[in-house]
Design a protein around this ligand. Sequence first.
Ligand code: PXP
Length: 238
Amino acid sequence: MPILHVNVDHVATVREARKTIEPDPVYAALQAEQAGASGITVHLREDRRHIQDRDLRLIRELAQTRVNFEMAATDEMVRIALDINPAIVTLVPEKREEVTTEGGLDCISQSGLLKSKISDLKNAGIRVSLFIDPDFKQIDMAREVGADDIELHTGEYANAKTDLEKEDQLIRLEKAAMHGHDIGLQINAGHGLTYFNVEPIATLPHIEELNIGHSIIARSIYVGIQQAVREMMELIYC
Ligand code: PXP
């Protein structure tokens, strides 16, 4: 069964809507850990639209579990990662105009850049994951550029309109997970996972970590973050 990393970006989204001091993603991260989350995920975007440098620094300092730092493969972000030394960095594509991360990285067209950034991070002892679509060519290239893990993008599965489409996406993810595992990568997954669609993903072979944010933070408005995390964990572990 996979472990759960809770992404607290959207706590910061609410705070930044008013440019105030609440709610605090640092407090939310500590609450998520108290409820049993195995790690905290934060995405420091280049435009700082939600998580701020201060949030990342404090979460890294205070969290007792693993910090998964999601970031673009830029010089600035690599500098920050080397400074805060998280357990894992997940490299993601970033476009300023997007509402959220829209697709996986294109490891093929960016192989040179990724290889060099991955090497800088790994030389500092940081584990590196690449957020990619469940595509064999991307998976092979992820291995070639030196990634330790891949995070399979579950967005197309989450957005599937029909049961048939959902089933097709699930099969695609399953084949991708098996292939990635066969060539020596650790397999993680995330994006768009909710209380209603997480169970089939949690039971796919070889999935070791799930990164879930929006749905947990949305539910925490009604039930509190600890309860929201516990409910998600019950679905993942049952
Ligand atoms: N994994 C990655 C790489 C992401 O970029 C995001 C969104 O920040 C997530 C997981 C979490 O997605 P969601 O908020 O839809 O659960």
